[in-house]
Design a protein around this ligand. Structure first.
Ligand code: ZN
Length: 223
């Protein structure tokens, strides 16, 4: 596992040196995603379903490309930018959540991926997003909890299933809570890159609630 990580790191470094960063949307130099392009990305209606908010419309070519590069071309820095945007665009919702639990840290749970995928990709993109999301908050009320939700089983990728009911069935029972004690009474935000029908997120939210979480929200970059 460690070797994979280093190989990917070296690859990232070499590629970044040969090809300096260019904006995903317009190729302007030294920008990951420039402000002009960010403003052009189409937004979603705020809430998708059952406490899930997804900022950008996944059909938008810029956001689609950004997520593709993050997941399949080892461009972790794109995830850092997207995590920051997730925070900025949901700032109102975040303020409300913060006010509901004054003085208490809010847990951030990245949607887990299988061990196999983590190995080949070198990282979990949801963890990259989550870290940058938490770092965007000045008063540090967020605490990453990367180990409490475990993906027990490998599943067929949700994107490959067109039927909504089958998608929900596909993820049922797949996630497990590692440490129920620390979940009890907490307010939690689950983070992912894309939510299609919300199936994966809803399932994680469900198991967290079952383990005793007080309130669980889902934040995704795109839908
Ligand atoms: Zn641009």
């Amino acid at each position: 596992m460690e070797i994979h990580k280093y190989v990917n790191k070296i690859k990232d470094f070499i590629l970044d040196t040969i090809f300096p960063t260019k904006c995903i949307g317009c190729n302007i130099k030294n920008q990951i995603l420039c402000n002009d392009c960010i403003r052009k990305i189409s937004l979603n209606e705020r809430e998708i379903e059952g406490g899930i908010s997804a900022v950008f419309n996944y059909q938008d070519p810029i956001i689609k490309k950004a997520i593709w590069e993050l997941k399949y071309h080892h461009k972790r820095y794109i995830g850092e930018k997207l995590g920051q945007l997730l925070y900025e665009y949901l700032i109102e919702d975040i303020s409300d959540i913060k006010m509901s639990v004054p003085g208490r840290s809010i847990y951030v749970v990245p949607t887990p991926i299988s061990i196999g995928k983590t190995k080949t990709r070198g990282y979990n993109q949801a963890l990259v997003l989550s870290k940058s999301f938490c770092d965007s908050c000045e008063n540090k009320v967020f605490e990453i909890q990367n180990k409490i939700v475990i993906k027990k089983l490998d599943t067929i990728p949700q994107a490959k299933i067109t039927n909504r009911k089958k998608r929900l069935e596909n993820v049922r029972g797949v996630f497990e809570i590692k440490n129920k004690e620390i979940v009890k009474g907490r307010t939690i935000i689950v983070i992912d890159d894309v939510t299609t029908t919300g199936g994966t997120m809803l399932e994680i939210m469900k198991v967290l609630k079952k383990a005793g979480a007080k309130k669980v929200y889902g934040f995704a970059v795109a839908h």
